[in-house]
Design a protein around this ligand. Structure first.
Ligand SMILES: [Zn+2]
Length: 496
């Protein structure tokens, strides 16, 4: 980790719910001499909807508004003068919703993104962020005795602006599996208590662009793994199949591995197989070594690993392995005009009070973490509800895991990857029982324990394949490797 963890939880900045307007605010005089410079909608990432004097239309926005998800509408003022004035801002929702929210502030100077006392903040209920809702903010003098302005003080000026909340639905489900490891003294990961459970849910839901997020805890399973991730991930694949869960459902196993980390060569706190639906984390390591503040590395493990499962790669940040996602900001730092809002707890992720630095994306290894627009939009656009190929439940992908100790393992696993996702010259050639020959392009990556990973889509299930050839250097047949099909592991079939 690149920075020390703080024990002081009081440095979190939360945006309180300021509530709704009572009817009397409608009678207040319009405010004079104050301008709103910018309005954001934020359901996790900051989306300007009004700037430079104009309403921003949906097609020009940095991300979509998501229906049935709570959010924050936040208005920034500029050049309000040195003298503090008591201003009441009213957010009037119209169209599909008829509701007025209020935010009252002592106004002077210019708004600061890191200080919610310098902005008008409207905490919007999830059933108010739906398609066809429109908004307009009016500013009033809180003191009725003030003369106020002759003209109405409205943003946008010409009438309500459409929030253009999308009607689309994205759901993600995550089952957290507690794994009891009889080899280790530390026992069953204790993630079912209020503190851990609530924090997991809050972190994951805050960062994933979903309307509907379902996280649950599975009954404890027994697993002897303590040197290798593969038995744990195999176990999760079998469990997932046995539970009959749909495509959008991820499994994340928490195991006590008897020591800080496990895996061959370099250890790690978590691991995922990209484009599969399972991943795991090390309970002992995270609890005893890394467990710190919310929105930092340890709490983010499940979001990070499930992010890999959905095809997200690392940012070049704090020792995370490449190849990296192309991204212009150092350490995966949030985009210059992006800041975070936690829809569950009101958390404000702007400049961090303790670290005095900007937040960085959870697909790197730095802290403190939030989601970039880059990751948010990639998950939203990636049709995250569809992880599997059309072939069915088994053997839709072949993966090769080359560990740092030189061992190589092949697995045929359920998972989803289209040929367009291939990023490597490497190929795997399959000959099927029907005599078909297919050369499948490969996706390659470096896993969190620095094993190298190759995934290809199989043309048929493993029992219908007679020959597999790994082609690490196309054009150089001497480098080809014949894969012994008997050595290709498969997760044990569920017994039901
Ligand atoms: Zn990773």
């Amino acid at each position: 980790m690149c920075i020390e963890l703080s024990e002081d939880p009081d440095n979190d900045v939360l945006i309180p719910d300021e509530g709704e307007a009572d009817a009397s605010t409608e009678e207040l005089p319009f405010a004079d001499g104050i301008e709103i410079a910018k309005i954001y909608l934020n359901q996790g990432v900051a989306i300007p909807v009004y700037e430079n004097g104009d309403w921003v239309n949906g097609a020009d926005r940095v991300a979509d508004g998501i229906r049935d998800r709570a959010g924050l509408i936040r208005a920034f003022w500029s050049d309000a003068g040195d003298e503090e004035r008591d201003i009441t801002a009213r957010l009037v929702l119209s169209g599909a919703v008829d509701h007025v929210y209020v935010s009252r502030k002592m106004v002077s100077g210019t708004s600061d993104v890191a200080d919610p006392e310098t902005t008008f903040n409207f905490t919007i209920a999830e059933d108010h962020l739906i398609p066809d809702v429109e908004m307009q903010i009016d500013l009033r003098e809180t003191e009725e005795s003030n003369d106020g302005a002759d003209e109405a003080s409205l943003w946008p000026e010409d009438g309500p602006g459409a929030l253009e909340i999308t009607d689309e639905i994205r759901t993600v489900k995550l089952t957290v599996v507690r794994v009891a490891n009889p080899n280790c003294a530390d026992g069953i990961p204790e993630i079912d208590d209020e503190e851990h459970w609530h924090k997991f849910h809050t972190t994951l839901y805050s960062w994933y662009p979903t309307n509907d997020f379902d996280v649950r805890i599975h009954d404890t399973i027994l697993e002897n793994a303590h040197t290798d991730w593969i038995p744990l991930l195999d176990g999760l694949i079998s469990m997932r199949a046995s539970d009959g869960e749909p495509e959008n459902h991820h499994y994340f196993g928490y195991i006590d591995a008897c020591a800080n980390t496990f895996g061959s060569g370099t250890g790690s706190g978590g691991l995922a197989w990209p484009w599969s639906t399972v991943s795991g984390g090390i309970w002992w390591y995270e609890k005893h070594i890394l467990w710190g503040q919310m929105y930092e590395y340890a709490w983010a493990i499940a979001a990070h690993e499930a992010g890999h499962s959905q095809g997200r790669r690392h940012f070049d940040a704090c020792g995370a392995g490449g190849p990296f996602t192309p991204y212009p900001h150092a350490d995966g730092e949030l985009e210059p005009d992006n800041w975070g809002y936690g829809v569950v707890d009101g958390y404000l992720a702007a400049t961090h009070k303790v670290y005095d630095k900007r937040f960085v994306d959870y697909m790197g290894y730095c802290d403190p973490q939030w989601t970039t627009l880059h990751t948010w939009n990639a998950l939203w656009d990636g049709e995250v509800e569809t992880f599997r190929s059309p072939f069915g439940d088994e053997d839709t992908m072949l993966i090769r895991v080359a560990n740092q100790d030189g061992t190589v393992k092949w697995r045929a696993i359920p998972g989803y990857m289209t040929d367009e996702r291939a990023n490597s010259d490497e190929r795997v050639r399959f000959v099927t029982k029907s005599g078909q020959t297919v050369e499948a392009p490969a996706y390659t990556d470096v896993l969190d324990n620095l094993s190298t990973y190759v995934a290809v889509r199989m043309p048929a299930t493993l029992d219908k394949i007679t020959e597999i050839t790994y082609i690490p250097k196309p054009g150089d047949a001497r480098a080809n490797v014949a894969v012994d099909i008997a050595e290709v592991g498969r997760p044990a079939k569920p017994k039901n």
